[in-house]
Write a protein of this length. Structure first.
Length: 466
């Protein structure tokens, strides 16, 4: 008997999908017990209530554990949902829950994406955190080593995709189950990758690139309403839309900052009750700094508009120019880095690198009225400093020379190794400027120039004609 769990965040159509699948495959249906239990309470649930729900779920699983008859059984949610529930609400997971999950009861997980509209009801709690829980559930399924298929779409399309996924899974399982299982076991062997494998402590989630992408988009929507996010924003609804986005941004960012702090911890002693307080304060610091970030970005937009005769309006610059996306991500990441938020800033700028082809390290220092024309291939290193009203073109590198090694032959990190660019400097395409050198105010560096020595203020470097 194939045992299939349908899981996902709240209001993602799990129950309707489970019922439809059981009917289509003429299989057994195990409905969601947690909803039934909580709806029967005349009070808010407590830790012991979630334990009771978990025990009942295990009882349902045990009833099918030894069933070797052909057919299907579909579970509406499973213990993974309950495990995350324990961790999220109480910061601890009972051992019996983890022990049951290690048994690997299910053959397949269908995880519903949060692409359906939120429908509130008295039992649901986390309408603004569905992306976070989707990511948490996905990570927990990966830990089980069991196959997982993400299901999206609405109505019949959602059901049809789930049916197709199950049929494909059954076909492949019958063909190569043993070989696949052995491959999965090899890939799941943490000892084979212990040099690079990171073990997060105390069941804290890793930072999530999908949630960080949402955070960047929310921040852009707050800084430039209408250009990013809801295009229907106007002066009458501005306060409401920004308020909603800031509220959601604050919730998501707090959890990602906390994940970054936990990722950097090397022992459980470093993860303490104070981590929440530190993460909340850094989140508040970032929110309070948004007006200053927008002020700097406004100058960058003006610089891009004034520096490109093809630009028809400031709005066109915001909508179309990859440099604005890259610089906005940099200014977001730089604000977090200056507040000693670990890891998260680097992820944000590397996502912008993938999005735009522009690589700006969050540790670089960049003044106002900065613009990059075209942009593809620009690299700005960690210790670079760029003055006011600087313009670059595509392919420019502000990089480091080969840096020195210590007595053990390891690179010496943390040294000042990138160029310092003065005010009112123009650097044309594909020029490479290397090392901790100075380019003086008002200098112009022509295209395809290699620079590894100081450049005097007002100097013009161009290639000699043959």
């Amino acid at each position: 008997m194939y045992k299939i769990a349908v899981i996902g965040p709240e209001s993602t159509g799990k129950s309707a999908l489970t019922e439809a699948l059981a009917a289509h495959f003429e299989g057994d249906l195990v409905p969601e017990y947690a909803r039934t239990y909580v709806e029967a309470l005349n009070r808010h649930y407590e830790f012991e209530d979630v334990c009771a729900i978990a025990h009942k779920q295990i009882e349902f699983e045990n009833a099918y554990a030894e069933n070797k008859s052909p057919g299907y059984v579909f579970f509406d949610t499973d213990l993974i949902i309950t495990k995350v529930w324990f961790d999220y609400c109480y910061n601890r997971v009972p051992e019996f829950v983890d022990n049951q999950l290690k048994k690997g009861f299910f053959d397949l997980y269908l995880i519903c994406e949060p692409d359906l509209p939120w429908e509130p009801d008295p039992v649901r709690e986390h309408g603004t955190d569905r992306e976070y829980f989707f990511e948490r559930y996905s990570q927990e399924v990966i830990k089980t080593g069991k196959p997982m298929i993400k299901i999206n779409g609405s109505g019949y399309l959602r059901t049809a995709r789930a049916i197709q996924a199950i049929n494909h899974f059954i076909k492949n399982t019958n063909m190569n189950a043993k070989d696949t299982l052995e491959t999965v076991r090899q890939l799941a062997d943490v000892h084979s990758m212990k040099e690079i494998c990171h073990q997060q402590l105390m069941n804290n989630p890793m930072p999530s690139t999908s949630i960080l992408s949402e955070i960047v988009n929310l921040t852009r929507a707050v800084l430039f309403p209408g250009y990013f996010g809801d295009a229907g924003v106007n002066s009458d609804t501005m306060l409401y839309h920004i308020g909603v986005n800031v509220d959601k941004l604050q919730s998501l960012l707090f959890k990602q900052i906390k994940a970054g702090l936990c990722f950097e911890a090397v022992s459980e002693d470093q993860i303490c009750d104070d981590t929440d307080r530190v993460a909340r304060q850094k989140t508040l610091n970032f929110i309070q700094g948004l007006p200053e970030i927008r002020k700097k970005l406004h100058t960058d937009i003006i610089a891009a508009y004034n520096g490109d005769p093809a630009a028809k309006s400031f709005g066109e610059v915001i909508f179309c120019y990859p440099s604005i996306r890259a610089i906005s991500s940099y200014r977001i990441a730089n604000a977090l880095l200056r507040d000693d938020v670990p890891l998260i800033p680097r992820i944000i700028t590397e996502m912008a690198h993938s999005e735009t082809g522009i690589d700006i390290h969050p540790g670089a220092t960049i003044d106002e009225f900065f613009t990059i024309d075209h942009g593809t291939g620009v690299v700005i290193g960690e210790t670079a400093r760029i003055g006011r009203n600087v313009k670059m073109f595509q392919g420019v590198t502000l990089g480091a020379k080969s840096f020195p090694l210590d007595e053990n032959g390891n690179p010496i990190k943390g040294i000042d190794r990138h160029p310092k660019i003065g005010n009112d400097v123009i650097i044309y395409s594909n020029s490479t400027i290397l090392g901790n050198i100075k380019v003086g105010d008002g200098a112009v560096i022509g295209g395809n120039i290699w620079v590894d020595q100081d450049v005097a203020p007002g100097a013009k470097l161009i290639q000699r004609k043959p």
